[in-house]
Design a binder for this molecule. Structure first.
Ligand code: ARG
Length: 460
């Protein structure tokens, strides 16, 4: 099928290599159904404004309906010679319905057409992703719910810092995902504007009704400058930045899961269905899924840089460079949605080993801050308390015992303010319970946080 769309102006056909180099149909056919939807709305507006006849509109509708069915059933024949998804569909339409098909492109350019298609695609992708994020948040809540009293060490610098509950740790990821969803919802408002009507770059001389098309396609409004409408892809960049952040959050979580599953740590087990074995070492069970999530984060971060770089040198208005926006964008959406899907299932399937967590929490003097705070509450200035506790930790370390194993008489040698109520303070449970304010790790606070989160998700 030859591309005669513009051949009238050319004295020789486009070289084979160039055709292949410039064609995008292999990947932009993903936009086909959005392209059809956009064309239907455009045609309906053209007829409403008497720019085409009602008979033409009926033909266009009939043709596009047939094409949609052909695409869905896989019968549609895509031709590289027709360059992209838009020309493939338009050519087929003309074959099916004749002149009416040739009238569809009145008052429109592929420049505003493709910008519209990409926005329709991305809006739908964002709506699907939001559902997946909510499902993952619920998975974190389900796991957290059972572990508000499961104590593990909290870390800074990957050194034991203070005891926390496993639920509290998980809820940190819930919060990250909550902001991630907010960011997507906000980005969606800027995606959801109609470029059609901008035509090639300057607008069109036909008496079009852009608001009508916006309404038909459920856009919140129109892009208000025709040059901007066809040339900027900031909405795609912004989306990819949101996606990169989500992947970054999941990459951090993955790093922790991998660490926690290492036999050296042994805090959790990931269900076998998310792991693989080794072809040589019979004992191995490798956390492939979290490792790949961490790896694929690099891929999505790369797409963000690709899109930013794609945009930075382009003079207004449309340039063919923009055709390169699709593969990074599509792959970002696909990678992110697969990751979210698999992650929710993986989180639900985590087996927790509370004894190992507790043992680790008892190892690094995790309640030393509690001892210092105890002394402060008895009147000692914090810096002096810090010093006294540091000496006590040194003493305990030399003996290879925990602070709570030191006798009261010996503890008193570090500060006379220490009394026998100290042992409750030095216990892991006492430490958790004392952090009893919003955002703290006390079990009742974490339970309240989970309840608030459940309510919030139910309202989405
Ligand atoms: N396939 C092109 C793209 O993805 C469509 C727009 C082409 N416009 C043009 N004047 N060549 O951007």
């Amino acid at each position: 099928q030859d591309n005669d769309t513009w051949s009238g102006r050319f004295s020789e056909p486009v070289a084979e290599l160039v055709k292949r180099y410039t064609a995008s149909v292999d990947f932009d056919r993903k936009l086909a159904l959005f392209d059809i939807r956009g064309s239907l709305a455009h045609a309906q507006m053209l007829a409403a404004r008497a720019i085409i006849s009602d008979a033409d509109l009926a033909d266009i509708r009939r043709g596009l309906t047939t094409i949609e069915a052909e695409i869905l059933s896989g019968e549609f024949i895509w031709s590289l010679d027709l360059e992209d998804v838009h020309l493939n569909i338009e050519k087929r339409l003309t074959t099916l319905v004749g002149d009416a098909g040739k009238r569809l492109h009145t008052g429109r350019s592929r420049n505003d057409q493709v910008a519209t298609d990409v926005r329709l695609y991305l809006r739908s992708a964002i709506d699907d992703l939001l559902i997946l994020i909510r499902a993952l948040q619920s998975a974190f809540l389900d796991l957290a719910e059972n572990h508000t009293d499961t104590i593990m060490p909290g870390f800074t610098h990957l050194q034991v810092a203070q005891p926390i509950s496993f639920a509290h740790h998980l809820m940190a990821y819930y919060e990250m995902l909550k902001r991630d969803a907010e960011r997507l919802q906000d980005a969606r408002r800027r995606v959801n504007r109609l470029p059609l009507g901008a035509a090639a770059l300057a607008g069109t001389s036909y008496p079009i009704d852009r608001e009508m098309v916006a309404g038909l396609l459920d856009f919140d409004g129109v892009c208000e400058n025709s040059l901007d409408a066809v040339s900027d892809r900031d909405f795609a960049i912004e989306f990819t930045a949101c996606a990169a952040l989500i992947m970054t959050h999941l990459s951090r979580c993955s790093e922790e899961l991998i660490l926690w599953m290492s036999p050296m740590v042994g805090f959790i087990d990931i269900a076998d269905r998310f792991c693989t074995g080794s072809s040589i070492m019979p004992q191995k069970k490798n956390p492939d899924v979290p490792e790949l999530v961490r790896g694929k984060t690099g891929r999505v971060n790369g797409h963000l840089v690709a899109l930013l770089t794609l945009m930075k040198g382009q003079p207004l208005a449309y340039n063919k460079d923009n055709q390169e926006d699709k593969e990074p964008l599509f792959d970002t959406v696909d990678t992110l949605s697969q990751t979210l899907r698999i992650y929710a299932d993986m989180i639900t399937g985590i087996k927790v080993k509370p004894e190992a967590m507790r043992r680790a929490a008892l190892q690094g003097y995790a309640t030393a801050t509690d001892l210092a705070d105890y002394l402060v509450k008895k009147g000692l200035p914090f810096r002096d308390a810090h010093e006294a506790v540091a000496l006590a930790v040194r003493f305990a370390e030399q003996r290879g015992v925990d602070l709570s194993d030191i006798s009261l008489a010996e503890l008193k040698s570090f500060s006379v303010l220490i009394e026998d109520d100290i042992y409750q303070v030095l216990s892991l449970e006492g430490s958790l319970a004392s952090r009893n304010h919003i955002g703290g790790t006390a079990p009742n606070q974490v339970k309240a946080a989970i309840a608030r989160a459940r309510l919030f998700l139910a309202q989405q």
